[in-house]
Write a protein that binds this ligand. Structure first.
Ligand code: UDX
Length: 434
């Protein structure tokens, strides 16, 4: 099939590459010429396991190409995926101006009916607007009327396993009011042999926001329970295990820690609250989800302060900066708030993250970046684990103990066994475990 993808960001790039891998003829467009030149030269602007090899393979096989030419991408595909950014606005809503511009562009250029697919995460009722823009008369007066078809096909990929998530999805959601578009989308995804949910556009849009918000709520819920565990002496890992065995609850996303960060959950929860409000509903439960998430970071910084007492001129080592393992993504990472809070009290921060240090340098000021975990531990008054990287699990605590000034470990991801760490002579704190 001839496929066009507009937007070479996270979602667009992964989708375009995977559609090419599935045997389609894919053109992927972005307005950022530098990005396109880099991609043409085989350089991938994001860190995502397996993606670079797959891009190179499909470019070589001539199934995947990149362009800045909007007209070319619109004319190419029978199906056009819109995967442009929907950045958050100050009021929590999503900025949909890029989506609107693309829809207008398609309406102006396309000469035959296209299947126009929303791939970016958008609030419910966006598809309706896209349909209006694509219709004749909406800025296209005088042009011969072409009946484009609109589909909502949200993406559920996680950073770090995006290619696998795309090619082996739990489900594919296809929302459309057009029989033809439904049949074409079904054919496009058939090779994945995945469960497909067919529905209308609005319901598909809501499935995305509701899914991400539900997962964020699960995380905040378990973090709230972790706080009760700390106050009462219970163990959050046992509590989560006991809860998760109930099939109705499920074991995943019940890891207490520093809460969620990244480009999706915070933004999607905000946008869901916003669109609910616009439609006359106060989504109070989600406001609380966000509040718990913010509090979790502040409580962790407070824990460090409680142990070290005066933070001024103390040296604090930080292991892990990215919002989760195996990514260099620093967007809304807990490390940012925690480091800022400690710096505000006068602490000196040393840090190490195998992937994220370059990006961290653009958002964190006054941090001494180190080349290894042990460089961070040297002369530190406390060592903080903020991202659960496998490399950190193998740390030699006997060595660390000798390097540190004070033997304090603050584990924000419950990576280690409290009894073991205490028997080694550390003052050890974690989340929801005493
Ligand atoms: C998420 C969704 O999983 C994905 O479906 C959507 O398309 C985009 O948003 P991602 O942001 O890549 O993906 O990360 P994910 O692995 O889901 O983790 C999100 C955050 O929640 C991370 O900060 C992680 O540390 C945190 N988390 C996750 C917890 O704190 N506890 C858990 O049990 C699970």
């Amino acid at each position: 099939m001839k496929i066009s993808v507009i937007g070479c960001g996270y979602v667009g790039l992964v989708a375009a590459t995977c559609f090419a891998e599935m045997g389609n003829d894919v053109v992927c467009q972005d307005i950022d010429g530098e990005k396109i030149r880099a991609l043409e030269g085989g350089k991938v602007p994001i860190f995502e396991p397996g993606l670079e090899e797959l891009i190179k393979k499909n470019v070589r096989a001539k199934r995947l190409s990149f362009t800045v030419d909007f007209e070319k991408v619109v004319l190419h595909g029978e199906v056009i995926f819109i995967a442009v950014g929907t950045p958050p606005r100050d009021d929590g809503g999503a900025d949909l101006s890029y989506i609107e511009n693309v829809a207008r562009g398609i309406a102006a250029i396309a000469k035959v009916p296209k299947i126009v697919v929303e791939k970016s995460t958008v609030p419910v009722l966006t598809g309706e607007r896209v349909e209006q823009v694509l219709k004749c008369g909406n800025g296209n007066a005088g042009k011969e009327c072409i009946q484009h078809m609109v589909v909502s096909n949200p993406e559920f990929l996680r950073e770090g396993s995006a290619v696998k998530d795309f090619l082996e999805p739990d489900r594919i959601v296809i929302g459309t009011n057009s029989e033809k578009a439904r049949a074409v989308m079904e054919k496009l995804y058939a090779p994945l042999k995945a469960k497909i949910v067919f529905t209308d556009i609005k319901s598909a849009e809501l499935i995305k926001h509701a899914s991400n918000s539900f997962l964020a709520a699960k995380i905040s819920f378990i973090n709230a329970v972790a706080n009760i565990c700390e106050k009462t002496g219970a163990n959050i890992q046992d509590v989560a295990y006991g809860m998760g065995l109930d099939k109705r609850i499920g074991a995943s996303f019940l890891n207490a820690g520093l809460g969620y960060g990244g480009a999706c959950f915070p933004k999607d929860v905000d946008a869901f609250i916003w669109i609910a409000e616009r439609n006359g509903y106060d989504f109070g439960i989600l406001k609380e989800v966000q509040k718990i998430n913010r509090l979790q970071r502040a409580l962790f910084a407070k824990k460090v302060e409680d142990i070290l007492w005066v933070l001024k001129d103390k040296t604090i080592g930080v292991l892990g900066l990215a919002f989760k393992p195996n990514t260099d993504d620093m967007r809304l990472a807990p490390s940012i708030d925690i480091i800022n809070a400690l710096q505000k009290e006068g602490a000196k921060i040393k840090a190490y993250d195998p992937e994220a240090m370059e990006r961290a340098k653009t958002v964190l000021r006054g941090v001494e970046y180190c080349n290894s975990m042990y460089d961070v531990a040297k002369d530190a008054d406390a060592l903080l684990f903020l991202t659960e990287l496998d490399e950190f699990r193998k740390i030699d605590f006997e060595k660390v103990k000798k390097l540190m000034r004070q033997q304090v470990i603050c584990d924000g991801r419950n990576m280690f066994n409290p009894a073991e760490l205490r028997s080694l002579g550390f003052n050890y704190v974690s989340i929801g475990r005493v």
